[in-house]
Design a protein. Structure first.
Lengths: 201, 622
């Protein structure tokens, strides 16, 4: 058994990728685990593709080796495909299927692939793929911004995830104000039950 | 986590900190009194945290106008017996180099640390220069931490070394260390001193030739002592698992080495150099004596590799050196776990484990960074292009020198308003060169913070040398790209205090520019008119395009909970797509049936598009 657990979180700058990774990191810290996380700032951020990598366990580097991600959380569907080189047949995919169309598509420089081809690739690839519209659930919880926490709720259901739901919730309590915690708790629960439903648990 | 926690955390408390945040805590645990910087990624968050906590911590903090000024502020504080901390991105040290070099000659009384955040692979920089070479150029000791805990701990060591040697310390991080988050155990905060005192000693502080000749000799003597310290330093560590290969590494590269050595249980030994200049030759010689093969794993230049080769040559040692120079590992870009693993296995003559990594055949749309929705620069670029077109000028006959900031993204289509870029402030100097070297029209773009950083001397030069050009100061009231730090054109400073606001228009007029116009780029018509007027006159014209960064106005709208967005009236829209092809606002998208829409979640509500649409088809969403 590997002594480390690797989570790659990807999406578009502004979707709350770093906040999501930080919540997991703080949950791991609460459990006394060693954790490293990589971030992207500055020019790399302005609406561009962003990935944050998180490694929990006895490791030194904040970057995941090719093929070694245990879980890939994609807040945007195309971005899951973009970091496929971090995945293997053992990887769990959690994917929000609501796309953000890059402006290069509107300008006619590139095309956005249809959702079926994206899901076909993911479904045949890793250990399992949980794909759903997380924006819809976030809106249902009270704010589209909570999309990242919906995905966190889904992540909490993945087997072998080395942080407990309790630790995640207490990291959320530390991070959010009382008001926003309520919205985010609802988002977490919606993401969690959606993932459980999709995996028939 | 609230950033105040970085100041308030008690001893032994564990925090999940960014390397840059750990640097702040390290400074606070070292009793630093004076802190200065000019923002630059990947170092920016250090200043962002200080600007929030400095007052409470009793530390003096400033966003200096540029890195050279920041070094001067820190050097004089250290001469006045106050510990000082100055930090910048790697290219910032080029700006500061003149004063930095002299600081090594003068030396310090209290400790002084200069953190340089290098950017291998250029995530947000124009080059990937390796600033470890600056330690050698100036003659100052160099420390290289590998993770946030080390960043904090090394800071404390750095002040001790600085004071033992009376030299400033160069503290080198890379993007992967500065922007790596990890568990950091806090130590004890040491309160800063309120004020120091400068004891005059011209022979020590004034490097006129008769003094500097002596100073250089003293510096060499200090470096000899520094090398002895490096040979014994606890910051240099040996991990011994066997003699098959001796790996010498530093900084972030160490992390990848250790992960592969642990995972594969390799019979090798690793020397991690945290105090890497002066190069600890005695330590290295001893480390490599039982291994025939030596592998140097470092980012970016073969700096330590050349030190090892020199040592081996001088001492006629039998070792063979592997590294960048013989092609054993990549010569450029940052390392990754895969690159380091592959090259170590190869050096050990082990089979490659390079699995065929998964990639899909699906062609993916590129997603480059773009100007934000509502960005005033977009409106300025639209207006200038329209003015050029309406005056019948061929765009080939207009050169756009650009500068460092968000607006450099104007290089992308459809704007294509960045033709030439060197460094901070260079748009005006380069523009002057184009004005005198060609018959083309010149329109130079520079941001407000960049204007104060390095735009003033070239502006004086342009006026005095009669450059025929247009300078556009894109005044978005902040240093936007690095995370919205205050610029001198705002009435607030780094301590969060009300501060004198420097008027760009007054400065430009004071230098002697006759044509100075301030426009609001959100008003396309008047902005376009100003450009037309400037394009039709001879001499130097300055247009100040003044509108706050959209991220500032978005914050205000969020606070007031008042956000107007726009939509396309499908009955009026003729699908000419000017809003997409010419304005290129990312909130617009084309549906499958070719109809044009605005995504209300992305729309900033700036309303610039309503002035662009020839059919007046863009309306307020009710």
């Amino acid at each position: 058994m590997k002594s480390e657990y690797n989570i790659a979180i990807t999406g578009v700058g502004g979707q709350g990728i770093l906040s999501l990774a930080k919540l997991i990191g703080n949950a791991a810290l609460k459990e006394g685990k060693n954790v490293f996380m990589s971030e992207i700032h500055g020019l790399a951020q302005r609406g561009g593709a962003v990935t944050s990598e998180l490694r929990i366990g006895d490791v030194h580097s904040p970057l995941i080796e090719g093929g070694e991600a245990d879980v890939i959380v994609a807040l945007e569907p195309v971005e899951a495909i973009r970091i496929l080189n971090k995945a293997s047949s053992k990887t769990y995919f959690l994917v929000n299927i609501k796309p953000i169309i890059p402006f290069t598509v509107s300008l006619g420089f590139s095309k956005y692939p249809d959702m079926d081809s994206i899901l076909n690739i993911l479904n045949g690839f890793g250990k399992s793929t949980i794909a759903f519209d997380a924006v819809e659930l976030a809106e249902q919880a009270g704010s589209a911004i909570s999309l990242n926490v919906v995905m966190l709720g889904a992540l909490s259901t993945v087997s072998c995830i080395p942080v407990s739901e309790n630790s995640i919730l207490s990291a959320m309590e530390l991070t959010f104000s009382k008001e926003t915690f309520e919205v985010n708790k609802r988002a977490f629960d919606l993401g969690k039950s959606k993932a459980l439903k999709l995996t028939n648990k | 986590m609230n950033v105040k926690k970085i100041l308030e955390a008690g001893e032994e408390e564990k925090l999940f900190l960014l390397g840059n945040e750990a640097a702040v805590r390290g400074a606070l645990e070292s009793g630093v009194s004076v802190v200065s910087t000019y923002p630059g990624t990947p170092s920016s968050e250090i200043g962002n945290v200080f600007s929030k906590i400095a007052k409470h911590a009793g530390v003096y903090f400033e966003f200096s106008t540029n890195e050279k000024v920041a070094v001067e502020v820190a050097a004089s504080a250290a001469a006045s017996n106050l510990r000082s901390f100055v930090f910048m991105k790697h290219v910032g040290l080029n700006v500061a180099a003149d004063s930095f070099m002299s600081t090594a000659y003068l030396g310090v009384n209290a400790g002084m640390v200069l953190l340089t955040a290098d950017d291998p692979s250029m995530y947000s920089s124009q080059n990937e220069q390796d600033n470890r070479i600056y330690a050698r150029l100036a003659g100052v000791p160099l420390l290289e931490p590998a993770n946030p805990q080390e960043v904090k701990d090394f800071m404390k060591e750095a002040y001790g070394i600085s004071e033992a040697l009376h030299l400033p310390i160069l503290f080198r991080t890379t993007t992967r260390v500065s922007h790596m988050r990890g568990v950091v155990e806090a130590g004890k905060i040491v309160p800063p001193k309120e004020k120091g005192f400068f004891n005059k000693a011209p022979s020590k502080y004034v490097p006129v030739p008769q003094n500097s000749r002596r100073m250089h000799k003293e510096l060499i003597e200090k470096l000899e002592k520094a090398e002895e310290m490096a040979n014994e330093s606890i910051l240099n560590k040996v991990f011994n698992f066997g003699n098959e290969l001796a790996i010498i590494t530093s900084g972030g590269a160490f992390n990848y080495v250790m992960d592969v050595v642990n995972e594969k249980k390799l019979p090798v030994k690793v020397l991690k150099l945290g105090f890497s200049y002066p190069f600890p030759e005695k330590l290295v010689k001893d480390f490599i004596k039982d291994s025939g093969k030596v592998f140097i794993v470092e980012e970016v230049e073969p700096v330590m590799e050349k030190e090892v080769l020199a040592l081996i040559g001088r001492e006629k040692l039998p070792n063979r050196v592997f590294g960048k120079l013989d092609g054993s590992i990549s010569r450029i870009y940052e390392y990754t776990p895969d690159i380091v693993k592959e090259s170590i296995l190869k050096t050990l003559d082990k089979k490659s484990e390079k699995a065929s990594l998964s990639e899909s055949d699906l062609s993916l749309p590129s997603r480059p960074p773009v100007l934000c929705p509502g960005c005033p620069h977009r409106a300025t670029y639209f207006a200038v292009k329209k003015a050029i077109k309406e005056l019948g000028i061929d765009e080939k006959d207009v050169v756009f020198p650009s500068d460092i900031g968000c607006y450099t993204l104007g290089v992308q289509p459809p704007y294509e308003t960045a033709d030439f870029l060197l460094s901070m402030g260079a748009s005006i100097g380069a523009g002057t060169g184009f004005a005198h070297s060609t018959t083309q029209k010149v329109i130079a773009f520079i941001g407000d913070s960049t204007f104060f950083h390095a735009g003033l001397p070239p502006l004086v030069n342009a006026v005095h040398n009669k450059a025929n050009m247009i300078i556009v100061v894109l005044d978005n009231r902040t240093t936007a790209m690095t995370g919205r730090q205050p610029s001198p054109s705002e009435p607030i400073n780094g301590m969060g205090e009300v501060a004198p606001e420097i008027s760009i228009a007054d400065v430009v007029k004071g230098i002697g520019v006759e044509f100075v116009k301030t426009v609001d780029p959100y008003n396309l018509k008047s902005t376009e008119e100003a450009f037309k007027e400037a394009l039709q006159r001879k001499g130097l014209s300055v247009i100040i395009a003044k509108h706050p960064c959209a991220l500032i106005t978005d914050g205000e709208k969020r606070k007031r909970n008042f956000w107007v967005t726009f939509k396309v009236n499908q009955e009026k829209c003729t699908r000419c797509k000017v809003c997409i092809t010419d304005l290129a606002c990312p909130s617009f998208f084309v549906a499958e049936d070719e109809s044009v829409h605005i995504d209300p979640l992305i729309c900033d509500g700036c309303g610039v598009c309503t002035q662009v649409c020839p059919e007046h088809a863009i309306e307020v969403r009710k």
